[in-house]
Design a protein around this ligand. Sequence first.
Ligand code: MG
Ligand code: ZN
Length: 221
Amino acid sequence: MSTKEIKIYENIMKANDSIAGQVRNLLSENDIFSVNFISSPGAGKTSLLENIIPQLKNDYNIAVIVGDLETARDAERLKKFDIETIQINTGSGCHLDANMIYNPLRDINLNEIDLLFIENIGNLVCPTAFDLGENIKIGLFSVPEGDDKPIKYPLILRNSNAVLLNKIDMMELSDFNKESFYNDIKKINPQIPVFETSIKENKGLDEFITWLRQQIKNYIK
Ligand code: MG
Ligand code: ZN
């Protein structure tokens, strides 16, 4: 990057951080706990939400903001739960920024919400760098992507509070090297909790939900 490009990047990040601060204030004034889900396309973010929302919706009033380049398909999938669902289409934008969260929040009755899920654009790179004002970030990897994603995209491990290894039902069909996957994670962020999940076979979701509930409790107390 040239000096001029670096300057532009710094200004974009500064503007984003300032709006992220406003989002954080708005959420905290309304006692809303928020989670930003980040992964490659197809790792299972929407499916994960479809499977954890039914287990959480009796205890928390949930709103979801879903980001995609085009279509409202993911939001449509989540509407069946009778929760506030907002689809953001970024056109060609490869990440959500704080402004895209701040604007729709003003249209929701935040008094009635306890838990906000944000499904970021499928991309392991810039979504990890843009603060959305959320409380925690969750990174998803999936078995078909291969075991080398942690070492190639380490930011997701540095910036997330937990990661999932999803689609473990596909382990036998692939040459995924679990040992190498965990060794790489240990090098980047040895403390991070890792949950092995299969939505298809309903594995690991209870452990993840228990952990998530604990995070919400720690925030509310
Ligand atoms: Mg999705
Ligand atoms: Zn981007």
